[in-house]
Write a protein that binds this ligand. Structure first.
Ligand code: 4NP
Length: 162
């Protein structure tokens, strides 16, 4: 019996980008009938316990998804054993994750690290820009990027289940 795949999305605050990535992957997996464990976290500690940014809640709501009950948490070394995949929203968070990774990385733990836009052909190596200091259009861009990555992750993960 194959294990349920598990994916953790990581940004800086866990209030803008990674909650949207979490919502998008839950949504795409459900549509595809893929059973999956999904969570999100931040490398920073400022927003622990907080709900997502209201602009992220509004953007998710525009796509019929309620993320208002999500709560921010900080990534921990244990996450590297708990998840198959840890997907960073940008290069700076990916670099921080490599620092947090338990000794023995990459062989000593389970999680495979990647950059979110590496899952979108044509946008490999690029950051999902932080929309925190900008206007609502930044959140629309974030949603577009995380949904496309989520669709591709679902097909990647479905193939590896076969
Ligand atoms: P996120 O956005 O990393 O997408 O959740 C941010 C949220 C808060 C801050 C920075 C980025 N901040 O500096 O408080």
């Amino acid at each position: 019996m194959p294990q349920t795949p598990s994916v953790l999305f990581v940004c800086l605050g866990n209030i803008c980008r990674s909650p949207l990535a979490e919502a998008a992957l839950r949504h795409e997996a459900e549509k595809a009938g893929l059973n999956i464990a999904v969570d999100s976290a931040g490398t920073g500690s400022w927003h622990i316990g907080k709900a997502p940014d209201p602009r992220s809640c509004t953007e998710a709501q525009r796509h019929g998804i309620d993320i208002s009950a999500y709560r921010a948490r900080q990534v921990t070394a244990k996450d590297f054993d708990r998840f198959d995949r840890i997907v960073a929203l940008d290069a700076s968070n990916l670099a921080n994750l490599r620092r947090i990774a338990p000794a023995g990385h990459p062989a000593g733990h389970r999680a495979r690290l990647s950059l979110l836009l590496d899952h979108v052909p044509g946008l490999e190596g690029q950051d999902v820009d932080d929309p925190y200091f900008g206007g609502p259009e930044g959140f629309e861009t974030t949603w577009r990027q995380v949904s496309e990555a989520a669709r591709n992750l679902v097909s990647e993960l479905s193939k590896t289940r076969d």
